[in-house]
Design a protein around this ligand. Structure first.
Ligand code: DGL
Length: 269
C-alpha cells in the first residue's frame, strides 16, 4: 500500500511540539495534526478524571479527522490514561516513555525529572525497577511545566534554576515533554548527559506504521522535509506564542521557522 499516514499528536500545551519535531524528522511525508490543550494546561496538578476527559476530547477530534495513529506527546497523559485510550479508540495510540532505558545504558546515577503525576506513576516505578544496576532519583516538579508553558506562550520570565533540585548525577531524564525546550540549560545546570523520549517515541510510531499498517513512508531516517506543514491547533490563543521559541523547536529540528508559523488555529473544546 502506498498511502500518506495521518498522525495526530496531543499534549496539554506546547511541550508535545518537541515530540512533533522528532516525529516529523522520522516520518517525512506523513500529515501531522497537532493539538495542544493549553486552555487546561498544566495537566500535572489536575485529577486523573479531568486529564482523562481532556485527553479523550482531543482523541475524539483526531477520530473525526480520521488519523491512522495518535501520539500522546505528554508523559502525564500517558501515565494516567494511555491504556484506557488504547481500549477506547480504533486507531493505535503511542504513548511517551521517559528515556530511562537509554539513560541506564550509559549512566549509573540518574535523576528523572517529571510532573508529580508521572513521578508517582506505577509505570515509571516499574520502568526504573527493570534497571537494577542504575540508581534512579525520581523527582516530581510541581510548577515547572506550567512555568515553561507560560514563559513560551505569555512571555512570563522563567529562571530554570528555581525549579531544579540540586545534586550530582551522570544522567538526567526529562520525563516531561515541556522540559525538552530547556534541554541545553538543564544539561549545563547538572553538567551531564540529558535524555528525552522524543526520538524513541518517533521510532515506535514509525515501526508501528510500517509493520502493522504497511505504510510506505517517504523519506529516510533523519530526513527532514521543510515543506511538511503540520496543522497546529491550540485551545487558547496566547499572543506571545508566535514570537516564542516554541515554533523554532530549538535548533534540533533543523527546520526553518516559517514551517511552524503557518497553519495554526485556535479552537475551544
Ligand atoms: N508535557 C507534559 C508531560 O510530558 C505535561 C505537563 C503538564 O501539563 O503538566 O508530562
Amino acid at each position: 500500500m502506498n498511502a500518506i499516514a495521518r498522525i495526530g499528536v496531543f499534549d496539554s500545551g506546547v511541550g508535545g511540539l518537541t515530540v512533533l519535531a522528532a516525529c516529523m524528522k522520522k516520518l517525512a511525508g506523513c500529515s501531522f495534526y497537532y493539538f495542544g490543550d493549553n486552555a487546561h494546561a498544566p495537566y500535572g496538578n489536575r485529577s486523573e478524571a479531568e486529564i482523562t476527559e481532556f485527553v479523550f476530547r482531543g482523541l475524539r477530534r483526531f477520530r473525526r479527522i480520521g488519523v491512522d495513529a495518535a501520539v500522546l506527546a505528554c508523559n502525564t497523559a500517558t501515565a494516567v490514561c494511555a491504556e484506557r485510550a488504547r481500549n477506547a479508540f480504533a486507531f493505535p495510540v503511542v504513548g511517551m516513555e521517559p528515556a530511562v532505558r537509554p539513560a541506564a545504558a550509559l549512566c549509573r546515577r540518574v535523576l528523572v525529572l517529571a510532573t508529580p503525576l508521572t513521578a508517582a506513576s506505577r509505570r515509571l516505578e516499574r520502568l526504573t525497577a527493570s534497571f537494577p544496576d542504575t540508581s534512579f532519583t525520581i523527582c516530581g516538579l510541581s510548577g515547572f511545566a506550567g512555568a515553561i508553558e507560560r514563559a513560551l506562550t505569555c512571555g512570563e520570565p522563567l529562571t530554570i534554576s528555581d525549579h531544579l533540585p540540586q545534586g550530582r548525577y551522570d544522567g538526567v531524564v526529562l520525563g516531561c515533554t515541556h522540559y525538552v525546550f530547556f534541554r541545553d540549560e538543564i544539561a549545563r545546570f547538572y553538567g551531564c548527559k540529558v535524555f528525552d523520549g522524543g526520538e524513541g517515541t518517533a521510532n515506535r510510531l514509525r515501526s508501528l506504521l510500517i509493520q502493522k499498517h504497511k505504510y510506505s513512508l517517504f523519506g529516510t531516517d533523519d530526513h527532514f522535509d521543510p515543506s511538511q506543514n503540520p496543522n497546529i491547533c491550540f485551545t487558547k490563543k496566547c499572543k506571545e506564542m508566535r514570537k516564542s521559541r516554541v515554533f523554532f523547536l530549538g535548533n534540533s529540528a533543523k527546520t526553518n521557522k516559517s514551517v511552524f508559523l503557518t497553519n495554526i488555529c485556535f479552537k475551544k473544546i
